[in-house]
Design a protein around this ligand. Structure first.
Ligand SMILES: *Cc1c(COP(=O)(O)O)cnc(C)c1O
Length: 436
């Protein structure tokens, strides 16, 4: 050290000194030690490079921890549409469309004439073309918004005839009956929890009916002495039939034979179908509405439609999702168990070689996210001791597995094969954190 200027590397505070700072200690309680240590390490590195004053290392680490960006999570839960992880992961083409749409686009402009055009018309055309029997399509913020718009525009001050077996809670305390009533429409409940016949609906349909509603029980199964009226029979009762299929299958798929789809509901006579964009469609959060031209037009022109409209990013990602190629959701749903087993064995070998108690185990994945209840997909996982679960969640990237019987299972079905290396590194870092 000549000239009296101290080398900044010598003044960067040691990790234990930074961790002893009261604010940093509080952060350890909130975020966990591995994550705080990692943030401190990055701040020390920045201080060595002269980007951060040595006395500001704790502050820089805390700022990084408080960064508001969502944290990237590898979904090793085996739940394909995990609500807490944001449901569907977008395809590479949908991501590219999002990025392109982030700037200025022709979302509401006809470039040939230079005049205003219908917002999102290309996306609406792509959607309508993808659903057999749909004359028109409209997009709102989510499935719940689609129902609210339908109830407001088609049944405001009137009755919605609905089966007692379809008064569903969609999650987090939100119940469809309360959502529908919040629009000013009245519910006319018919039938019983387990059985509702066409005659039950027929007796309730009359002057005051806005529409007959069929709701897909997408997150539970009623079995035993049950019966439900098919859309085809309800379509003859003289009131429009609205079908909330929930999960957003556009056409029937043999992998999920019990799951309703938009095309079949419309063919059976539904005037309107509502669904989510981020469930089985595998796209961004959105509420999809398919139906006859006049019904969709009434919805589109209702004042409430303006409050529920989606942004240009959603429109771009939706069009790209529908245009293909296959989304991560369907790659995961169709993943070959033999291939999953091979990936699990390779991951286990690498982890065992590094001294981790990893095992390969068969497991069962599910669709999740309010879709295809009861469907079980055979899968393969790498199992680690349960104490790995929290450090994995707090790592970079964060890894969420499934804890079962004292172990954390890393189900590979929803982990893209190209992320296996990052998953392996994340587990290896847990080992590193333990030793260090
Ligand atoms: C998921 C679901 C909804 C709610 O859709 P969101 O997109 O979550 O708002 C409504 N109805 C059914 C049948 C559903 O499965």
């Amino acid at each position: 050290m000549s000239g009296g200027v101290a080398d900044p590397r010598r003044r960067v505070p040691r990790t234990d000194v930074v961790l002893a700072d009261p604010a940093v200690a509080a952060a350890v309680a909130e975020f966990g030690r591995p994550r705080v240590k990692a943030a401190v390490g990055v701040a020390q590195e920045r201080a060595r490079r002269g980007e951060v004053a040595p006395e500001a290392v704790a502050q820089a680490a805390l700022a990084a921890l408080a960064a508001p960006t969502p944290r990237v999570v590898l979904n090793a839960t085996g739940v394909v549409l995990h609500t807490n992880l944001g449901r569907a992961a977008l395809s590479a083409s949908a991501v590219a469309a999002l990025v392109a749409a982030a700037g200025h686009t022709d979302v509401e402009l006809d470039l040939r004439t230079g005049r205003r055009a219908r917002r999102g018309r290309d996306t609406l055309a792509v959607l309508a073309a993808a659903v057999p029997h749909a004359q028109a399509a409209h997009v709102v913020n989510n499935g719940a918004a689609a129902l609210v718009l339908a109830a407001t525009a088609l049944a405001g001050g009137r009755e919605i005839v609905v089966s007692r077996g379809e008064l569903v809670e969609i999650g987090d305390g939100f119940r469809l009956p309360e959502l529908l009533e919040s629009t000013g429409a009245r519910l006319r409940e018919v039938g019983t929890t387990n059985r509702t016949t066409v005659a039950d609906y027929a007796a309730a349909v009359g002057e005051r009916t806005g529409f007959v509603l069929k709701v897909h029980p997408s997150n539970f199964v009623v079995s035993g002495f049950t019966s439900a009226a098919p859309v085809r029979d309800l379509a003859g009762l003289g009131a429009p039939v609205v079908v909330d299929i929930g999960s957003g299958l556009l056409a029937a798929d043999p992998l999920l034979p019990a799951e309703p789809d938009a095309g079949s509901a419309l063919r059976a006579g539904a005037a309107l179908v509502t669904a989510s964009g981020d469930k089985l469609l595998g796209g961004p959060q959105a509420g999809l509405l398919f139906g006859t031209a006049d019904v969709v037009d009434r919805l589109r022109r209702h004042p409430l439609a303006r409050a529920l409209r989606v942004d240009k990013l959603t429109l771009a990602a939706l069009a790209a999702t529908v245009a293909g190629p296959v989304s991560p959701t369907w790659s995961a749903l169709r993943a070959d168990p033999v291939a999953l087993r091979g990936r699990a064995q390779r991951l286990r070998e690498d982890l065992v070689a590094a001294g981790h108690a990893a095992e390969v185990t068969p497991c069962v994945s599910v669709v999740g996210g309010g879709g295809a209840p009861g469907v079980e997909l055979p899968s393969w996982a790498v199992a680690l001791p349960q104490r790995y679960a929290q450090p994995l969640r707090l790592g970079e990237p964060a890894v969420l597995g499934r804890v079962a019987r004292g172990r954390v299972l890393l189900d590979l079905r929803c982990v893209p094969a190209e992320a296996d290396g990052r998953l392996r590194e994340a587990v290896l870092r847990v080992g590193g954190a333990r030793c260090g």
